[in-house]
Design a protein around this ligand. Structure first.
Ligand SMILES: NC(=O)c1ccc[n+]([C@@H]2O[C@H](COP(=O)([O-])OP(=O)(O)OC[C@H]3O[C@@H](n4cnc5c(N)ncnc54)[C@H](O)[C@@H]3O)[C@@H](O)[C@H]2O)c1
Length: 279
């Protein structure tokens, strides 16, 4: 049984809704007849998403929210009259070998990708639990299940979102709550994620990147741009998971070999194989 009885007429709140997966999720939930509450730091992007959502015949409100700031996320939650689905999705990416990122890089990416999700859960979960109906979708990544080289900081945030979501799931089940949880773990999807520098806060100094990292960054940008699944495909998978009450949303089945290899290496106590290399 789905944790949200009927999506139509209910409200979905989506962070990072000004672009990419967040916008696609907003449109997909609008396609189910849900009204939308949109949050992002990008006002122009929010306005575009609002128009696209309203063109589907539902209501959409937006608010400029920096998800790394607790008070702004709490205000976003408090201003909503109703909410049933919450997508903690806003995110940024930073390239770098494990020792290369600056403290500002770490502060930025942990702030958006991890604290953003923590603030979202702290604000919205008590409300959904009190109404005993709702579903939280946290956006992680396959980088939350494997550790590709060249993006240590990103991997750290995404692994943290996976374990945080699993912990949230257990805590809800232990209390017999009807609130559902999913964690979204896509591989490459063409969005703005490889251009995250546009969102770097003023004064946050980037780390100095080696030529190996710069080459990897260029490769990653290409891989994202040529991702076979679209943001709309991923958003459809999210809606289906909310309806089916599925926890793990693995949109790219080919990557499962790398996830299995990592788990085997852990259990066999072997050194980890490169998940992007030949397994
Ligand atoms: N695209 C991929 O290949 C891919 C793969 C796995 C996971 N993801 C994850 O998907 C999520 C969405 O990213 P996307 O791919 O759609 O990229 P995107 O850049 O198109 O969208 C990210 C959105 O987050 C917003 N944002 C950035 N910092 C913010 C902040 N502090 N507060 C509020 N909003 C903020 C941006 O303005 C942007 O609209 C991210 O968490 C990302 O890590 C993406």
């Amino acid at each position: 049984m789905a944790r949200v009885e009927k999506l139509k007429g209910k409200v979905a709140a989506v962070t990072g809704a000004g672009s990419g997966l967040g916008r696609a999720m907003a449109l997909a939930f609008a396609g189910e007849g849900m009204d939308l509450a949109l949050a992002d730091v990008d006002e122009q992007g929010l306005k575009e998403t609002q128009s696209a959502v309203e063109a589907r015949g539902v209501k959409a409100s937006w608010m400029k929210v920096d998800v790394s700031r607790e008070a702004e996320v709490q205000k976003f939650c408090d201003l909503l009259q109703a909410v049933h689905v919450v997508c903690n999705n806003a995110g940024v990416s930073v390239a770098g070998a494990a020792w290369e990122n600056s403290v500002d890089d770490w502060r930025w990416i942990l702030g958006v990708n991890l604290w953003g999700v923590i603030h979202g859960v702290r604000a919205f979960a008590p409300r959904l639990i009190a109404q005993d109906e709702g579903h939280i979708v946290n956006t992680a990544s396959v980088a939350g299940l494997i550790s590709p080289p060249g993006s240590a900081a990103y991997n750290v945030t995404k692994h943290a979102v996976v374990t945080f979501s699993e912990s949230l799931y257990h805590d809800l089940r232990e209390r017999n709550s009807r609130v559902g949880v999913s964690v979204l773990c896509p591989a490459y999807v063409p969005t703005g994620i490889a251009d995250s520098e546009r969102n770097r806060p003023a004064g946050y100094v980037p780390g100095e990147l080696s030529k190996e990292t710069l080459a990897k960054k260029a490769m990653l940008k290409k891989a994202v741009a040529s991702g076979r699944l679209s943001a709309d495909d991923v958003a459809r998978a999210v809606v289906a998971a909310v309806k089916a009450e599925r926890f793990y949303i693995l949109t790219h089945p080919k990557i499962k070999g790398a996830i299995r290899a990592r788990m085997e290496d852990v259990l066999e106590e072997r050194a980890p194989r490169d998940p992007l290399g030949p397994l």
